[in-house]
Design a protein around this ligand. Structure first.
Ligand code: ZN
Length: 152
């Protein structure tokens, strides 16, 4: 087992120094998620203006994979449109082997879109940890759904 591939330096760095840790004031959407199989918890605040994510804040406890995934996700989301965020979610889940979908991702493309998040692709080889990496993304989907529900 190549554990060093699971715990790559960029992952440990995000775990030790999570980006955008905290909460947002003012108008924002909020979602929380849990991964009981590992004990991970994650909460996400997003400010969305004109269908663009203008700010993001995260809080969580749990393993390095879940928290690093959340930190990298939060960093990557700011400045993205909701459509781009949905595309990132799709690419991430495909990279993790969660959702192959009907349209296989161009192997040259995920890296360009996902950036540092590509460091998590080694997690795919550890099926029990895939849920850890996926937790922030599931939480993101909940947040976006709450926005769509509020927009009616
Ligand atoms: Zn975990």
């Amino acid at each position: 087992m190549a554990l060093d591939e699971l715990y790559r330096e960029v992952i440990l760095d995000h775990y030790r120094n999570p980006r955008r840790k905290g909460t947002l004031d003012g108008d924002h959407i909020h979602a929380e998620g849990q991964n009981p199989s590992c004990g991970d918890e994650f909460s996400l605040d997003l400010r969305v203006e004109d269908d663009v994510i203008s700010d993001a804040a995260i809080q969580g406890i749990g393993c390095s994979i879940s928290q690093a995934s959340g930190s990298m996700m939060a960093e990557a989301l700011v400045g993205k449109s909701l459509d781009e965020a949905a595309e990132m979610t799709r690419l991430f889940k495909q990279m993790m082997g969660i959702d192959e979908g009907d349209n296989p991702v161009d192997p040259d493309r995920p890296g360009a879109v996902l950036g540092d998040l590509e460091a998590l692709q080694g997690v795919r080889k550890f099926p029990v940890r895939v849920k850890c990496a996926d937790l922030p993304w599931t939480t993101l989907e909940s947040a976006v759904q709450s926005l769509e529900a509020a927009a009616g």
